[in-house]
Design a protein around this ligand. Structure first.
Ligand SMILES: CC(C)(COP(=O)(O)OP(=O)(O)OC[C@H]1O[C@@H](n2cnc3c(N)ncnc32)[C@H](O)[C@@H]1OP(=O)(O)O)[C@@H](O)C(=O)NCCC(=O)NCCS
Length: 149
């Protein structure tokens, strides 16, 4: 049986999201930014991943749909729960959702020093949009193309 559940984030989750954000992100969102994404509507989605038994917040994902593209704005798993498959689970849900919505590409940017996230995205099937060997910026763009049958 699944030991987690995924729910739409609400303002009640703000403090906990902010705590994880400060704990794990290189460039953490401020509480005000998180709040603005929680309230945004307009094709911006914020999902939380909870432990089923103790209801603890394990992580979250925030993304935006623009026409047939989906942009991951944030994905974070609490430090204690990293490298246990939860990031892959939440991305798997996102992938299924993208299929239903007929999305053609999932796009994100990742800081070039964030090796852990880069290896995670590669493992999940993302590819670099720009050649990392010659890229001069601070954030790589990574892309996953979706095929629909
Ligand atoms: C990136 C992140 C979302 C991945 O979620 P996760 O639950 O830890 O990842 P999973 O357990 O599903 O997948 C494991 C894979 O992620 C990568 N990974 C996760 N934690 C890692 C760590 N501490 N060191 C190195 N690689 C790591 C590896 O590729 C690993 O695969 P492997 O075990 O075969 O080497 C999570 O580590 C995180 O929240 N990091 C901090 C926030 C962040 O950087 N977000 C992305 C910003 S663009």
């Amino acid at each position: 049986m699944k030991n987690y559940l995924i729910k739409k984030a609400t303002i009640k989750d703000l403090e906990k999201i902010h705590r994880i954000e400060k704990e794990v992100q290189i460039e953490p969102w401020s509480k005000i930014s998180i709040l603005s994404f929680l309230k945004a509507g307009q094709h911006i989605y914020f999902w939380c991943l909870f432990h089923k038994k103790n209801k603890r917040l394990l992580g979250y994902i925030c993304f935006q749909l623009i026409f047939d593209e989906l942009y991951i704005l944030n994905i974070s798993i609490s430090k204690k729960w990293q490298n246990k498959g939860f990031g892959s689970i939440i991305l798997g849900y996102l992938y299924q959702y993208a299929q239903i919505k007929d999305i053609k590409r999932i796009v994100l940017d990742v800081h070039k020093i964030n090796q852990c996230a880069i290896s995670f995205y590669i493992k999940c099937g993302f590819k670099f949009a720009n050649d990392p060997k010659v890229f001069k910026g601070t954030h790589y763009i990574m892309v996953m193309s979706l095929s629909h049958n």
